[in-house]
Write a protein that binds this ligand. Sequence first.
Ligand code: GCO
Ligand code: MG
Length: 401
Amino acid sequence: MRIVAGRVIVSSPGRNYVTLKLETDEGLYGLGDATLNGRELAVAAYLREHVVPMLIGLDPANIEDIWQTLYRGAYWRRGPVTMTAIAAVDVALWDLKGKALGTPVWNLLGGRSRPGITVYTHAHGHSVGEAVEDVERLVSQGFGAVRVQCAVPGIGRMYGVGLPRPSTDDPTLPEVEEDWSTEKYLRFVPELFDAVRSKVGFDVHLLHDAHHRLTPIEAGWLGRRLEDHRLFWLEDPVPAELQESFRLIRQHTTTPLAVGEVFNSVYDCELLIREQLIDYVRASVPHAGGLTHLRKLAALAEPYHVRTGCHGAADLSPVSTAAAAHFGVAVHNAAIQEYQDHPVPARDVFDVGWTVRDGRLDPGDRPGLGVDIDEQAAERLPYERSYLPISRRVDGSVGNY
Ligand code: GCO
Ligand code: MG
């Protein structure tokens, strides 16, 4: 079998998704997600202009060799654009192999370690009362793990609470989250979890995302203050560009720590893992080099008691949810998977074999990844320029979004 074409499909069914479709001379094709939120067209161009021409004529069976060719052969290694492009090719090749052999990807990865991977989903509110109600709603739907975010009194616009986008003259400009105040946030979050725990009890896993906004010592304080609430994890307390900063956080709290949705290779977390500074690594299939690389990262983490809790927000396409599902049921130290519903119009573009039931994501038994794309439906919903928000602190300077 030979690769004869690679098509990059950019579509916006409620938000932008980039899908790579690798076609072979035998009529089989494989799909991979190449979406990098806010920088979608950079990956599309990297694939179209530089990667796809190198793939034509290759045997798609040789997944490892193609991965190494794209990684080492480019000379310029790593980085989100490169690694997302490599991931899209890698996942499309695993999809193709499964289809060629008539078996699901989870079977190629060593079979099932579990029937479905536990997922966590998102609760949010504009007030503590609303957040509590949202957690109760999700628990009643069968979710056993819920991430809780809530608007902080006195902060105008907040990450993770679903506030409407303000109307602006130019909708293509990034939205701005104003008034970020660490002091207000740190005063409020313990109150939020006091309320949620006293209402829902300890039978549900609660998670929280600090979205890179704290310093290590602030993170240590928050983790310690939340210890009695037994969070499943505190996520991204600080950006992990400086991996050793987690030493300081670790010395101050036993609240479990998760980090890494922006990681794109094992080198981003090697120290975090080896020194056991984190409990969960959030690197994902589409942003960390595909199934081939994420499996190696998980294998490094296993002896150090670090498990995976992969990023799975709605800006990762339904093709990535499929890849996450196959990874999650097969890999032994996969602990949990983030899950957020995709926008409704995505159902017209992507046909999926995975399901979420009773708080678990099951990849299903279709050959390959078990997902398909309707290219005509995708074409009717063209790319729309959009950016992630920018965060500004009370003093007007740019903070971490
Ligand atoms: C999460 C993430 C997201 C990211 C988004 C960026 O934990 O789900 O933090 O909300 O901000 O996916 O593209
Ligand atoms: Mg996050």
